[in-house]
Design a binder for this molecule. Sequence first.
Ligand SMILES: NC(=O)c1ccc[n+]([C@@H]2O[C@H](COP(=O)([O-])OP(=O)(O)OC[C@H]3O[C@@H](n4cnc5c(N)ncnc54)[C@H](OP(=O)(O)O)[C@@H]3O)[C@@H](O)[C@H]2O)c1
Length: 375
Amino acid sequence: MPLPYVLLSAAVSLDGYLDDTGPERLLLSSPADFDRVDEVRASVDAILVGAGTIRADNPRLLVNSPERRAARVAAGHPEYPLKVTVSGSGDLDPAAKFWHTGGEKVVYTTDKGARTARAAGLAADVVALGADLDWRRLLTDLHARGVHRLMVEGGGTIHTQLLQEGLADELQLVLAPLFVGDPSAPRLFGPGAYQAGRLRLVESRRIQDVVLMRYEPTAPGKHGVPAAADHHWLRLACELAELCPPSETAFSVGAVVVAADGTELARGHSREGTDPVVHAEEAALAKIDPEDPRLPSATVYSSLEPCAHRSSRPAPCARLILDAGVRRVVTAWREPDTFVVAADGTGLLTAAGVDVLELPEYADRAKAPNQHLLT
Ligand SMILES: NC(=O)c1ccc[n+]([C@@H]2O[C@H](COP(=O)([O-])OP(=O)(O)OC[C@H]3O[C@@H](n4cnc5c(N)ncnc54)[C@H](OP(=O)(O)O)[C@@H]3O)[C@@H](O)[C@H]2O)c1
């Protein structure tokens, strides 16, 4: 099921705190950065905060600029993004500003929490997600409500879970030039199992005296469960397919091999370099030492499912992937009957125990350089 693009947004002190322990919210951003946050809010379909942030900060979470609100309406969107909160207990103050400002509101909670929240008479749609709160179910429900871009504005408990579950597409982190120095103040990220390797820094920008850093997670998902980073890598494979020399007799395909910690091991595309028949997965795998211990836990991203039959070489790409020991493949598009009828590289791989995940939302991109073969 498709999920919204999830953008985590937070400001931290130099010593990594989200707030101090005083009764007022600690202002970490600069005025120009608050305006940037307003711009981001205006660009999303929904804004989510945890119940802890409603209790601590009593936020309104509005788009403050009248011009930005007018632009939303002119574009056919509601004046304000949907406001979303998450609570296990359902113990939320019905007088909080969250409920009485802006547009529609939704509370995601547990079965037990829903009884408490409904009894409190909150001005919101209360959605019970079962005995425990499941983030994928929550995000699926938001997507079904038309939320394609979700901004998450904390607090730390929420950010930690979304990052650890591989559901955050982007982290927008603002570093403020001050210290909190109080170990009982809330931190941005708690302990737990994060992705092993390094995130990708996609932007850094000075905004008055604070610095905005934008990061993307890089670690592939596990087994058949997609992670946010899977989307990035599959998009890259589709971009690589655009680099292929044109052909009337073969598809244009891009491939990337990525280690479990998010390190790119190799990339390739069809007819790369001086080899007029090389396939994308073949080109990428050829650049990796077959003894590389990262291969068994790596993921192969291929814009088109790996081939199961081919006449130009003895081994099809599905076989090369099995021989390399890779156990996870992510693809955008199943091979059509253009050259081989009922090719089914996916079937060959899954029969051998490989997890093959298809993300059909990238199929149009994968097909783009192959349109001449599909008419
Ligand atoms: N600097 C910034 O950018 C920024 C931004 C936002 C917040 N903050 C600060 O962050 C602090 C609040 O952070 P926080 O970590 O205490 O609170 P939080 O993340 O806002 O909310 C935590 C609450 O959300 C609910 N929740 C979270 N995960 C859940 C799950 N899996 N299942 C069910 N319920 C779940 C629980 O509500 P129940 O307790 O109702 O069960 C939990 O207590 C405040 O001090 C605030 O000022 C700073």
